[in-house]
Design a protein around this ligand. Structure first.
Ligand SMILES: Cc1ncc(COP(=O)(O)O)c(C=O)c1O
Length: 354
């Protein structure tokens, strides 16, 4: 596909905020870089993307995003190595997934060069915002929403594609205890669970708050039909280690095809770990916890990479996971982050130089 990078108009901010940011004490996703990419869909096509100063968006109250929730997003990271090279991790997979989400939400799909060249142009302008400190990265949030107007429940005729970035420290969740969900669902067969649709997350907040009120930090989502199968951990895919086998459920209508998940599967297999991609029941996990064969559970996603689970609750009982000296979680997290940050050879071709 043709590069459009030289045709992207760039309007730089006159008042950079970079000197106000403490790069040694960054939280996750709470300060935003000087610029954003904006690209509008109107008159039946995506118009040329522009890099603009980070700024509020003005919308009509009848914009369809507010009423019908036509909105999708992605999450990715840029890393700077010791030689100041800038790297992304499997960015084309985020682009493809954005278009999978777009199709499901009846949003016009984006051309690859608008996404990739737009992202590169933005990273070039805001390269000083990419943190260098170990564990830190520039979190990247591409999103698309219905900006067209009208109180009729039908797809909008105008959309905005925006990319914003946020220099971020390591995502640290602390000791995570999770509640296996028996009533609520984040997704259903034929639904939009496989898409990164904004509404999926809104639907998670209430059941997650109920779990927090009971003293847990996250919900383990189970299938909507029987609540017998383990599906995802909060907004992450989930891995379960029973003895020395690492198990994760197959992707489906209901489970997001996570880039971290598929990287872990490939990497673990390459490292000689026995990996099974198959359905796993709650009763199998409870049984394994009781007989001592349950060794680890962890969430996998871009923000935290891998987030170990310390214990889980199910039907008024609590189960603790063992505290192991050496875990698959820490081993695989180090292997992946070393690849992402150009500290280790990338035999998979995942790293992408900007
Ligand atoms: C519901 C859900 N599952 C899984 C993931 C993990 O996906 P990835 O590894 O591509 O970040 C995410 C985060 O993007 C998510 O929102």
């Amino acid at each position: 596909m043709n590069s459009i990078i030289n045709d992207i108009e760039i309007i730089k901010t006159k008042t950079s905020k970079i000197n106000e940011v403490d790069f040694d004490n960054l939280k996750f996703g709470s300060v935003f870089s000087d610029h954003m990419l904006e690209c509008n869909f109107k008159d039946g096509k995506w118009q040329a993307p522009k890099v603009l100063p980070y700024q509020p968006i003005v919308l009509d109250p009848s914009a369809k995003i507010f009423h019908y929730g036509q909105s999708i997003f992605e999450g990715m990271k840029a890393y700077k190595d010791v030689d100041e090279n800038v790297w992304l991790f499997r960015p084309l997979d985020n682009f493809k997934r954005l278009n999978i989400s777009a199709k499901r939400l009846a949003i016009p799909e984006l051309p690859e060069n608008y996404f990739m060249d737009g992202l590169k142009a933005l990273l070039e302008v805001d390269q000083e915002w990419i943190p260098k400190k170990d564990g830190s990265s520039l979190y990247i949030r591409p999103f698309v929403f219905a900006s067209g107007n009208g109180f009729h429940a039908s797809p909008a005729d105008e959309y905005k594609f925006i990319i914003c970035t946020a220099p971020s420290g390591a995502y640290f969740a602390g000791e995570v205890r999770v509640l296996i969900e028996e009533k609520y669902s984040r997704s259903a067969n034929g639904g939009v669970g496989f898409a990164k649709a904004g509404g999926n997350y809104a639907g998670q907040f209430y059941p997650t708050q109920l779990a927090i009120d009971k003293g847990y930090q996250q919900v383990i989502w189970t299938d909507d039909n029987t609540h017998e199968y383990i599906e995802e951990a909060g907004a992450m895919n989930i891995f379960i280690r029973i003895n020395d086998t690492l198990i994760t459920g197959p992707t489906s209508d209901r489970i997001l095809d996570g880039i971290t998940r598929k990287s872990i599967i490939e990497l673990a297999k390459k490292e000689g770990i026995n990996v099974e991609v198959r359905k796993i029941t709650v009763s199998e996990v409870v049984e394994a916890a009781k007989n001592g064969s349950l060794k680890e559970m962890f969430g996998a996603g871009t923000a935290a990479v891998i987030s170990p689970i310390a214990g889980f609750g199910y039907k008024d009982a609590d189960y603790e996971l063992p505290k192991l000296d050496e875990t698959y979680a820490s081993f695989l997290k180090k292997r992946i982050t070393d690849i992402q940050t150009n500290k280790a050879e990338d035999i998979f071709g995942w790293r992408y130089k900007v």
